[in-house]
Write a protein that binds this ligand. Structure first.
Ligand code: MN
Ligand code: FE
Length: 388
């Protein structure tokens, strides 16, 4: 009795589900999908052995692709995007694999000066939220408009790496028992950090505006400026003073756990930067009408403004020189870095400054990782070939 009642009830549920399914099917059958960034799959069922819908990789496009279903990774067209994905995976690490004991002891001791603590805190403050801004921009602004599966594969990997980087700052704050609110509020409370982030956030909201589309030249130009703002400026300029500062501590055997984490972040970021510039250059070559002289001038002005914001940030972090570093050296360094970015964008150089920190170039060549972790032996890929 009980059993048959249950069965009847289930049958009714099953019938309801079937009729719902059928109505969804009827809707999809009669709806003509417009181009969407999730798929270009047709609503009509194919005839058996109909090979006419097979994709031609030559028809793949980085943006505004209408010919090819974005769910079909292979055959690859953009081999470089796939290689960045493989390189990113080969570099996998987790922040909590890095021992923090000596950092904790040093932080609790009186062996760090007030100025040294200030530099560390400012950089933790900047990076802790900057990594989130990058992750959010990928997921909310970039991903939807990239219509190519191999580039999206990399974006998914990069988004996870940004989560790992945010996790790093959670782990450092917790290990050193820092004031969580102080660190994670600095982008609201410290002008030099606020100014860098405000510059980036405007670029994200421009893409998220209602009605935004990459199908118009103007829209595509706005999208390219977002890519420049995040890949070239945030990850390629705004991160680098912080890298120099924290890695300088490590070179003097101070805060070596934090320093190791920054080395790993920098290695990831050099791939983000290189992927982003290849993406920008790829979109440029597929849509030459979008990269006008005027846009190039705007991009130059954006990068020049970013250099000034970054120099101001470095001065705010270290108003007086410490660790053999000072504001003048940072101006040269940030300008040198910006010239490297102009060069990768095939734009004339702006500054002609020399690199005052040649040791920074050697750090991306991380081949010494076998004894890096105390508890875990992991083989890491050499990143020497990457230009950053
Ligand atoms: Mn990152
Ligand atoms: Fe990044």
């Amino acid at each position: 009795m009980y059993w048959s009642a249950r069965t009847k009830k289930n049958e009714k549920k099953f019938a309801d589900a079937l009729s719902l399914l059928y109505s969804v099917y009827s809707i999809t059958k009669t709806t003509h999908f417009t181009t969407m960034s999730c798929c270009n799959a047709s609503s009509t069922r194919p005839d058996l052995h109909d090979l006419s819908k097979r994709i031609n990789p030559e028809e793949k496009r980085l943006v505004n692709c209408k010919q090819v279903d974005v769910n079909q990774l292979m055959p690859l067209k953009y081999q470089w995007a796939w290689e960045y994905y493989i390189k990113g995976c080969a570099n996998h690490w987790m922040p909590n694999e890095v021992p923090m004991q000596s950092d904790i002891e040093l932080w609790k001791s009186n062996r760090l000066t007030t100025q040294e603590r200030h530099v560390i805190m400012r950089n933790l403050g900047f990076f802790s939220t900057a990594e989130s801004l990058v992750g959010n921009n990928i997921v909310l602004a970039i991903f939807k408009h990239i219509t190519n599966p191999e580039a999206r594969q990399y974006l998914l990997r990069q988004a996870f790496e940004e989560a790992i980087h945010t996790h790093t700052f959670q782990y450092i704050v917790e290990s050193l028992s820092l004031d969580q609110r102080e660190v994670f509020n600095m982008y609201h409370e410290v002008n030099s950090i606020h100014d860098k982030d405000a510059f980036e956030m405007t670029l994200t909201s421009a893409i998220m505006e209602e009605g935004f589309s990459t199908e118009t030249t103007e829209g595509l130009q706005t999208f390219l400026k977002n890519l420049v703002g995040f890949y070239v400026i945030m990850e390629g300029v705004f991160f680098y003073s912080g890298f120099v500062m924290l890695l300088s501590f490590k070179r003097q055997n101070k805060m070596i756990g934090v320093g190791q984490q920054f080395e790993y972040i920098m290695r990831d970021e050099s791939i983000h930067l290189n992927f982003g510039i290849d993406l920008i250059n790829g979109i440029r070559s597929e849509n030459p009408e979008a990269w006008t002289l005027q846009l190039e001038q705007e991009v130059r002005e954006m990068i020049k403004k970013a250099v000034e914001l970054e120099v101001a940030y470095a001065e705010d972090c270290m108003p007086r020189g410490i660790l053999g570093l000072n504001a003048t050296l940072f101006r040269d360094y940030v300008q040198y870095i910006a010239d490297r970015r102009f060069d990768r964008l095939n734009m004339p150089l702006e500054y002609g400054s020399k690199n005052p920190f040649p040791w920074m170039s050697e750090i991306t060549d991380l081949s010494k990782e076998q004894n890096f972790f105390e508890r875990k032996v992991t083989e890491y890929q050499k990143a020497a070939s990457l230009e950053w």
